[in-house]
Design a protein around this ligand. Structure first.
Ligand SMILES: [Ca+2]
Length: 358
């Protein structure tokens, strides 16, 4: 290699760095804006997830642009409001899905959190429609800055995509979404093989909504399969395969349920459903893991089964075409090398959430 080719090769390497850097620029903290859509209704891991989101915001990774409740339940939105207020995010707008798709089941904890930390008398009908809140958050955001984190049903995203121009924005919801979205991260169905998958909870209880969103998706979409968490990301013959990587919640964190609504939510669930908590049913790490990927693109915890492939939903099942390029990537949980199980790893991040502001 002569001096010229050496210089050229150095220059090319530098260009690669800059090109790689260009991808990173989109993730710079002052550019990232997060929209969280949660079915804060049954599983308590949604509360750990909002803790993870607030932790990332406090760390300066990005801005919480809006939070919406996407389940047809009464207390999801009031509880969300209480969580945000407890950590000083009173100006972050909260919206509520006002429709009836999804699953109407509701655990006791959202009402308890709203009662103790918010306004007990409020229900979802007291909150602005999620579609208005989302349209405004999108209209106010720079191009390709918004990460839509869907840890519940895709009802709110579906309504955004179908929304017409209005007084909030002359753009349709589809136009806003295409212009402003950086990526979507969603906990969804099971990934059962190379080419197909089956719907599950978040994507199953409103299958026509899910199909509409997935089959018309036009921005990078990161799918965290629900069974990926069940399988723990351990190799098939690993002795710990099947150990659920649960977020144990704030056990041993020294948090006080009088001051911290996440602690309260877990205590309510623990007292009412000790078995569900013991076997991990209510505290698996689905939602905290999705938030972690959305805020930190954490490649110590994640890698990919597939990147930028095509998928669609037909007759209630997922069709995957790894040979056809598309907007979908399928996330795989890695076992972090030095931090035990994925659940331990996520717990160690949640532990750094500062105390609520009094
Ligand atoms: Ca959830």
């Amino acid at each position: 290699m002569n001096h010229y080719t050496k210089a050229l090769s150095f220059f090319t390497a530098a260009l690669h760095l800059i090109a790689g850097g260009a991808n990173l620029v989109a993730a710079e903290p002052d550019e990232a804006r997060w929209v969280l859509s949660t079915d804060m209704a049954t599983d308590v891991d949604d509360t750990a997830a909002i803790g993870m989101l607030i932790e990332a915001a406090k760390r300066g990774r990005g801005t919480i642009a809006a939070c919406v409740s996407d389940a047809p339940t009464r207390h999801g939105a009031p509880a969300l409001r209480a969580f945000l207020d407890a950590w000083g995010y009173e100006t972050v707008p909260v919206g509520a899905y006002q429709g009836y798709a999804g699953n109407p089941a509701e655990h006791a904890y959202p009402a308890r959190v709203a009662h103790q930390f918010g306004q007990a008398s409020l229900t979802r009908s007291d909150f602005p429609d999620s579609v208005s809140v989302l349209r405004r958050a999108y209209a106010e955001s720079p191009d390709h800055s918004v990460t839509f984190i869907a840890i519940g049903f895709l009802t709110t995203l579906d309504e955004l995509l179908q929304s017409p121009a209005d007084e909030i924005s002359p753009m349709t919801g589809r136009q806003l979404f295409e212009q402003k979205t950086r990526m979507v991260v969603s906990v969804g169905a099971n990934f059962t093989g190379n080419r197909d998958g089956s719907l599950r909870w978040n994507w199953k209880h409103a299958p026509e909504v899910t199909a509409r969103v997935i089959n018309t998706m036009s921005r990078p979409f990161y799918w965290l399969p629900a069974n990926e968490i069940d399988q723990s990301g351990f190799p098939k013959d690993h002795p710990r395969r099947g150990a659920p990587p649960t977020v144990t919640g704030p056990e041993g964190f020294g948090w006080d349920s009088e001051e911290n609504p996440i602690q309260l939510a877990f205590e309510v669930c623990r007292s009412e459903e000790p078995e569900a908590l013991t076997n991990g049913l209510r505290r698996k790490a689905f939602d905290p893991a999705a938030v972690r990927f959305a805020t930190d693109f954490d490649l110590e915890l994640f890698d990919f089964y597939h990147r930028n492939i095509h998928l669609s939903i037909e007759d209630g099942s997922i069709q995957i075409d790894p040979e056809r390029s598309g907007v979908f990537s399928i996330l795989r949980i890695r076992l972090p090398s030095r931090n035990g199980t994925p659940g331990n790893y996520l717990d160690n991040i949640l532990r750094h959430l500062p105390a609520p502001e009094q």
